[in-house]
Write a protein that binds this ligand. Sequence first.
Ligand code: SAM
Length: 296
Amino acid sequence: MTNTLPPVAAPARTRAIMQEFGIRTKKHLGQNFLTNIEVLKRIVAAGELSQDDDVLEIGPGIGSLTEFLAASAHQVLALEIDESLLPVLAETMAPYPNVTVENQDVLKADLPALFAEHFDGKHNIKVVANLPYYITTPILMHLLALDVDFTNITVMMQKEVASRLTAEPRSKDYGSLSIAVQNTMDVEVAFVVNRNSFIPAPNVDSAIVVLKKRADPVAAISDQKAFDKLVKGSFASRRKTLWNNLIRLYGKAPAAKGSITAALEASDIKPSQRAEELSITQFAELQKNLQSQGLL
Ligand code: SAM
């Protein structure tokens, strides 16, 4: 079927589709539909999409971005949690035989199984999405935990979360999220998107972030669970010293205090420092030394 209609994302067409299907956007599902064609073109460019790529889209909505992905990539698999959008997508995506829509919650979906079912294994696998903002972090963590080699992950999120993802030590946005992601991924903000590019306009500005897996992690982590606990605990009270946060984490019994002191010394970190001053490598070193002191 040839598509002679304006893009789904053209504001007049978005409004017409919403009226035709009686769509009222659901805030609790983070529904803000993109209506800026320039932004959509730039997302496709940021993801470096080509016919060599199979794409997972999270939350196609009414298909605004999906249409652009379909035109650039080999195959598109779009997971949409909102069942009421399926008839809309059936209509808007009818001209694109390389798009499959599944009514699934991305956080519960068996993604490797879906890739095996819908992709041929001969193409790169990329993720491109205008994420539902209420679950940006869980989605990223879910994707990073998978044993899938995504060539890149190109996602729109709240600008403020993008700043946390790319933050360097000694900045106010640096924290456990920066560390969890940057240890294994190179993260870049491709560009910032004004809130007026959506219907309805969200009350925050957004940014497109491109994540690519690093050849090697910044630091080798022997016990990921203990490392995550240390990092989260160290940032629990940002204004407090590392010492105070560590005492809260591992206990203030004299034995624990002694072990923390020894581990800090072995890591060449002062108890008066704050978590935001520590690099990923320093946290990994500290965790190793706490572990040798019997603290997990
Ligand atoms: N891609 C469309 C666009 O750019 O216009 C819509 C993006 S909108 C910000 C987020 C979409 O994610 C909505 O369609 C929402 O229903 C969907 N969504 C929310 N939670 C989801 C989940 N857990 N799994 C899959 N889709 C979800």
